[in-house]
Design a protein around this ligand. Structure first.
Ligand SMILES: [Zn+2]
Length: 443
C-alpha cells in the first residue's frame, strides 16, 4: 500500500512531501499505485507517538479495556506504539502472558504493543517474577514494572536492577512509599485538611526516588521513574542526573495541566494516583520537561467502568483515561507556553520513549527506508472535548467539557493508515493491512 502526503510540516519546521510504500518511507512512488493521497497543508507531521506507560487491562479486566479498544484510543491520539503495563489478570509475570498480549496487539494492528513485565510475581512484592524468561520470550521484554504498586522492598529493587542490567533492561518504578500513603485520597497539604480528605504526601514519592537512584548508581543499572508529580522529585532527579546516574523520568499530561484545586468539587474524575498536586509542582514539572530533567511524557491511562468512578470521592477508583487527549494536553500545557517546540514534542513523545524502552524503528524518523510511523496533527483546530472524542472503553476523562487545542487528522503505523480524516480506519481493514505490512517487512 502506498501513501503520498503533500506539503507536511516536519517538526523542524521544513515542509516536504512524504512517500510511503511497503511499510517504509521512500523517495518517490509512481502515481498509479497511490492508495491514499493526503493534503497536509497546515498540518504538522510528527513521528509516531510512543507511550511508555499504558494500561490495556487485557487479559482479565476486559470490561474496562481490551488490547483492541486501547489500541484504537492510542491510534486516534496519534500513537503508533504503546508499552502495556503488567497489572492484568493473570499478571504479565510469565513468558506466556506477555506473548499473549503482544500477539493480540499484532493481530489488531492499530499500534505496536510491547508488554511490560512485572518485577515481582503477581505484583505481590515478595519475590522476583520470571524476568529472564520474559526477556528471552518472543515478546523480548525490556521494561519491567509493578506499576500500580511500588517495589518498596529495597532488596527486591536491588535484585531487579541487577537482573535487568544483564540484558540492558530497565526497571520502571511507581514511586510511592506505601506506609506513608495508607488511605490517601489527594495531595497532602492545606487543601486536603480543608476538604477533610486523607493526604498523599510529596515525600512518599520523593523518598522512594531518592532511594532508587542510589540503588541504580550502586548497581550501575537503568532506572525509569513513572509519573513524576512533585517539585521535590524533580530536584532529586536533577541531582541524580548531574551525578551521572542512569535515571530517566516521565510526567503525565494531566500532571502538566491540572492541579489539586479540582478536588474541591469532589468530582472523582480528578482522582488519580499520584494525585494532582499544587500550582508550583505543575510549573516545576513543565520546566523540568523543557530542560530535560524529565525525559518524556507518558499517558498512564486508567480506564474504568462507569460505576467505579461514578460514586463518592473516597470510594472512587484512581485514574483517568488520556491517550486520545495526550497530544492536545501537551500542546496546551507546554507548547502554547513556548516551553517546548514541535521538535521537542517529537523527542518527548516518540524518540526518547522508544529509546528508553529499546523499541526499534524510531531512531530515524522520516528517514528513507525507516518504518513509516507518523501522525498528522492540525495545531490550529480547537474542540470542546467530549465523550465522542474517546475511543477506548473508559469515559473517565478529566477534560470532558474543556476546550483543547489541536486534533489528530491521520495516523500511519508500519506504513498503513489507522486514522484518516480524523476517524479510525475500520478494524478489519487495519488488521489485514497490518499483516501485509509485517510480511513485507519480514520478507
Ligand atoms: Zn503508577
Amino acid at each position: 500500500m502506498s501513501i503520498r502526503i503533500r506539503g507536511a510540516q516536519r517538526p523542524d519546521g521544513t515542509t516536504t512531501d512524504l512517500y510511503v510504500e511497503n511499510g517504509v518511507f521512500v523517495g518517490e512512488i509512481s502515481t498509479g499505485s497511490i492508495r491514499h493521497e493526503i493534503d497536509a497543508d497546515g498540518l504538522i507531521a510528527l513521528p509516531g507517538l510512543v507511550d511508555l506507560h499504558t494500561h490495556l487491562r487485557e487479559p482479565g479486566f476486559e470490561q474496562s479495556e481490551t488490547v483492541l479498544t486501547g489500541s484504537r484510543a492510542a491510534a486516534i491520539g496519534g500513537f503508533t506504539a504503546v508499552f502495556a503495563m503488567a497489572n492484568t489478570m493473570p499478571v504479565q509475570d510469565t513468558a506466556g502472558v506477555v506473548e499473549q498480549v503482544q500477539s493480540l496487539g499484532d493481530r489488531h494492528g492499530y499500534v505496536t504493543v510491547r508488554p511490560i513485565g512485572a518485577v515481582t510475581a503477581g505484583l505481590a512484592g515478595e519475590k522476583l517474577s520470571e524476568i529472564g524468561a520474559m526477556a528471552q520470550s518472543r515478546a523480548q521484554v525490556r521494561v519491567f514494572s509493578d506499576d500500580g504498586h511500588c517495589v518498596s522492598d529495597a532488596l527486591l529493587m536491588r535484585r531487579a536492577l541487577e537482573y535487568v542490567k544483564t540484558f540492558g533492561g530497565v526497571v520502571a518504578q511507581h514511586a510511592q512509599e506505601p506506609r506513608l500513603t495508607i488511605g490517601a485520597q489527594m495531595n497532602e497539604g492545606a487543601l486536603s485538611s480543608e476538604l477533610g480528605l486523607a493526604g498523599w504526601p510529596a515525600v512518599a514519592e520523593e523518598s522512594i526516588i531518592a532511594r532508587d537512584v542510589l540503588l541504580a548508581e550502586h548497581v550501575g543499572a537503568r532506572l525509569h521513574v513513572c509519573h513524576v508529580s512533585t517539585a521535590g522529585s524533580v530536584d532529586v532527579i536533577r541531582w541524580a542526573k548531574a551525578r551521572g546516574i542512569k535515571v530517566t523520568a516521565e510526567v503525565t499530561p494531566h500532571h502538566l495541566l491540572l492541579t489539586e484545586e479540582l478536588a474541591r468539587g469532589y468530582d472523582s474524575r480528578y482522582k488519580v494516583n499520584p494525585p494532582l498536586r499544587r500550582d508550583e509542582d505543575v510549573l516545576a514539572l513543565r520546566a523540568a520537561l523543557a530542560d530535560g530533567t524529565i525525559d518524556i511524557v507518558a499517558t498512564d491511562p486508567a480506564p474504568h467502568p462507569v460505576e467505579a468512578k461514578d460514586c463518592a470521592w473516597d470510594e472512587a477508583a484512581n485514574g483517568m483515561v488520556g491517550l486520545e487527549s495526550a497530544l492536545s494536553v501537551v500542546h496546551a500545557s507546554v507548547v502554547q507556553s513556548g516551553q517546548l517546540s514541535w521538535a521537542d514534542v517529537a523527542r518527548v513523545l516518540s524518540g526518547t520513549p522508544a529509546e528508553i524502552g529499546l523499541l526499534a524503528g524510531y531512531d530515524a524518523p522520516f528517514g528513507l527506508g525507516s518504518p513509516a510511523h507518523f501522525t498528522l496533527y492540525d495545531p490550529n483546530a480547537t474542540r470542546r472535548f467530549a465523550t465522542s472524542d474517546l475511543r477506548g472503553k473508559g469515559l473517565n476523562s478529566p477534560y470532558l467539557g474543556r476546550e483543547l487545542p489541536g486534533r489528530v487528522i491521520a495516523t500511519v503505523h508500519h506504513g498503513h493508515a489507522t486514522v484518516l480524516d480524523g476517524e479510525l480506519v475500520d478494524a478489519a481493514v487495519v488488521s489485514t493491512e497490518h499483516s501485509a505490512a509485517r510480511e513485507a517487512l519480514n520478507g
